[in-house]
Structures are given as C-alpha cells and as structure tokens.
Design a binder for this molecule. Structure first.
Ligand code: SF4
Length: 60
C-alpha cells in the first residue's frame, strides 16, 4: 500500500535517514504512518523502517 506524504511530521519520531522520500529537515518523518519490521527481532540493528522509499525513485 502506498503511504501518503503529508505536510506535517510524526510527533515523537526522530529519523536521520536523509535519503528517504519522507524525510524532512530536522530529522523528521512526513509519512502518514510508518511500519517497523521484522517481528521477533532481538536487537535494534535487526529492525528497519519498512516504509522507507528512496528519495529519488518516487515522485509524488
Ligand atoms: S519513512 Fe521511515 S526511513 Fe523514511 S523518513 Fe520516515 S521513519 Fe525515516
């Protein structure tokens, strides 16, 4: 499902992935919602934002 980019940002989410389509200055995320995966992760480095899209591959 395509996640919409909003004119706002997700309160309480700090993201430094500046190559993401949803990323905003100030380390903010403008996605309407995000999904983190995978289930049964045991370390933080195993987890990823599944909502990530490369900034240059997706035009609004
Ligand atoms: S979608 Fe995920 S990777 Fe992209 S800016 Fe938001 S939190 Fe960061």
């Amino acid at each position: 499902m395509r996640i919409e980019k909003t004119n706002d940002y997700l309160e309480g989410v700090k993201c430094i992935v500046n190559t993401c389509y949803y990323w905003l200055e100030g380390n903010r995320c403008s996605a309407e919602k995000i999904e983190i995966q995978p289930r049964n992760a045991t370390t933080s480095s195993e987890t990823d934002c599944a909502t990530f899209r490369p900034a240059d591959s997706l035009r609004a």
